[in-house]
Write a protein that binds this ligand. Structure first.
Ligand SMILES: [Zn+2]
Length: 242
């Protein structure tokens, strides 16, 4: 789905039937048509991602960069396979990079989590680490889509980042925000490692002038994006006060 000039959202079904919803990857094509993918699905989804890229007119082997918003398995899962096919450079925040690279065990993969969700064992078995070529720091500006700003939004994980595309005013929020049918929500509390930090991150995002928000879980929010962000900030600070 094209949401702005050179900006596409690629919904990938979580399972083959699409019964458990979609993961919403973003694709940025800049002037030279160099392709940057943001996040990379679960392990084994490189085929589904390849098909979604093709719909946007891009071949996997033409990917130049992959940016990870954070370390979670459903974001880095097919990264290694895509890098093998494309030679893409991988970018991530330094606080999450060691987990992406397999130097540290992913923070949310605890014995309790595997107890609760045994199906994650299989996902984990197929997870391949991905080498991070470049660290992204808060405030850094990438030469993508007419200027893309890196916004450090920790909380969901310690090294979570969001991307703000200045020209089309698109915010790629990763898991710093979620959505449902165009309704914006805060980050999912049970999956958020530091709820207070995550709420402060949402407040930072609300300082932006945003036309469209892409949530990895929930997709595109296009209606009154600024107003909805302000509402989520109010809700989050109320939750923290309680
Ligand atoms: Zn996620």
């Amino acid at each position: 789905m094209r949401i702005a000039d050179g900006v596409h959202v690629l919904p990938i079904p979580r399972d083959p039937q699409g019964a458990s919803g979609f993961l919403n990857l973003s694709l940025i094509l800049d002037e030279q048509d160099e392709a940057t993918l943001i996040d990379a699905g679960l392990p084994g989804q490189e085929g589904a991602i390849d098909a979604a890229l093709a719909e946007a007119g891009v071949r996997t082997q033409d990917l130049r960069r992959i940016i990870f918003t954070h370390q979670d398995l459903d974001h880095i899962g097919s990264g290694a396979a895509l890098v093998r096919q494309s030679g893409a450079r991988v970018l991530a925040h330094p606080a999450d990079a060691p987990y992406v690279e397999g130097k540290l065990r992913p923070l949310k993969v605890t014995p309790e989590m595997l107890e609760r969700r045994p199906q994650m064992r299989e996902v984990l078995e197929h997870l391949e680490p991905v080498r991070v070529d470049e660290h992204l720091e808060d405030g850094e500006r990438l030469d993508l889509a007419g200027g893309t700003r890196v916004i450090f939004t920790p909380g969901h994980t310690p090294g979570h980042l969001s991307l703000y595309l200045e020209r089309p005013k698109v915010l790629v929020a990763g898991d710093a925000l979620t959505a449902e049918d165009g309704h914006l929500n805060g980050p999912n509390p049970p999956l958020t490692l530091d709820v207070g930090e995550a709420a402060r991150s949402v407040r930072r995002l609300a300082e932006l002038d945003v036309k469209t928000i892409v949530c990895y879980h929930g997709g595109v929010v296009g209606e009154d994006a600024n107003g909805q962000l302000q509402r989520v900030v109010r809700e989050a600070s109320r939750d923290l006060d309680e």
